[in-house]
Design a protein around this ligand. Structure first.
Ligand code: SF4
Length: 350
């Protein structure tokens, strides 16, 4: 159960636009804990982790957290912890080898037919488990002129039929830039689809404004938006409204989650998440095994547990509500499906 800790604005009050919500995001752990009425008993460890990678969490997301609950599943995703500073074998700064798939600044090209653009280095929320928490964004932050080289790269490779807007969070870029970029990409004849990976409409639902709907619908490209929602408590009415607005404008909505210890690693939580996603018009698509990024080892869920969750979800839900359990590996040519025949692990390309 969640409790509102910050009053919603009244009907006549100024409704902040998404940029104002972004500017007002919480940027220090002490303020967040104070808002949630939680004693900062472990602030030393928190401060060390905060210095390594700052906290950022918008107020609309904070409002969905429970007051006084240090174990709140949304709080756990954003609160820096001292354990992030531990060096754990197997956890590295670039678990997916993206440094080897970064042919020119702004482009990650790992898989056949798809290329990913680092549209914005910024995010509205800093998720402590993020596999790009050590990504060299400073080398991939481009001006419009430099973007031309990235566009030339896409135009010169006719095998690319899908462009993925990523980041950071691509929706942290403004609508004018996104309109410009989308028009440039639509002018490349062999590109058919645009996929947008984002968490911004979840943490700031007002991001789906009229300007956003304009560039999303003005293009000839088929647009798919992939949300990153990990827990049912993340979905409130404002999130549902944003999703339904996108659906009404013909945008395909999928969701991918990351399996996170003590956040969403129970069958009931995942089943409820699938039900709520579907109610909001979002198809539960992938659930990812955690990428082993340095600083996130405390979120790791064992393969035995993943197998149990997968089996129980298949019993509990209709097939279309069971997301595909997947993982990524640095040198693999595709995502890998996690299947467990005879209690042994098998990775199948999908
Ligand atoms: S890229 Fe996505 S997962 Fe990573 S911090 Fe930004 S919003 Fe969170």
């Amino acid at each position: 159960m969640t409790a509102d800790i910050i009053p919603h604005t009244s009907i006549n009050a100024h409704q902040p636009c998404w940029q104002e919500e972004l500017a007002a995001a919480i940027r220090d752990p002490a303020s967040l804990l104070k808002l949630l009425e939680i004693k900062p008993s472990h602030l030393d460890g928190i401060n060390a982790a905060q210095q390594a990678w700052t906290i950022r969490v918008p107020l609309p997301y904070v409002r969905r957290m429970g007051k006084g609950d240090i174990d709140d599943p949304l709080l756990k995703q954003v609160l820096p912890l001292g354990s992030e500073m531990l060096s754990v074998p197997g956890f590295s700064s670039d678990p997916l080898g993206e440094g080897d798939a970064n042919p020119i600044p702004g482009v990650v090209h790992k898989y056949h037919g798809r290329a990913l653009l680092i549209i914005s280095p910024a995010c509205a929320v800093h998720c402590r488990y993020c596999f790009r928490r050590h990504f060299p964004y400073e080398d991939n932050t481009l001006g419009k002129k430099q973007w031309q080289a990235a566009l030339d790269y896409l135009a010169n490779d006719e095998s690319i039929s899908e462009v993925i807007y990523s980041g950071g969070d691509p929706l942290a870029a403004n609508n004018n830039f996104l309109l410009w970029m989308t028009e440039k990409i639509a002018a490349i004849p062999h590109i058919k689809r645009l996929r947008i990976h984002t968490r911004l409409p979840l943490v700031i639902p007002s991001r789906i404004d009229s300007g956003c709907l304009h560039w999303l619908t003005a293009t000839r490209l088929k647009v798919v938006m992939v949300w990153h929602i990990n827990h049912p408590n993340e979905i409130d009415n404002s999130v549902k409204q944003a999703a339904l607005n996108l659906k009404r404008h013909g945008i395909e909505l999928l969701n991918q989650s990351v399996l996170l210890k003590q956040v969403n690693d129970t069958t009931q939580t995942l089943a409820t998440l699938s039900e709520q996603l579907f109610e909001a018009g979002i198809l539960p698509y992938y659930i990812h095994r955690l990428d082993k990024v340095a600083g996130a080892a405390h979120f790791h869920v064992s393969d035995e547990k993943i197998q149990q969750l997968q089996e129980e979800l298949l019993e509990l839900l209709p097939g279309y509500l069971v997301p595909r359990f997947v993982c990524e590996q640095a040198a693999a040519g595709a995502k890998l499906a996690l299947t467990f025949p005879n209690k042994g692990q098998l990775l199948n390309p999908i």
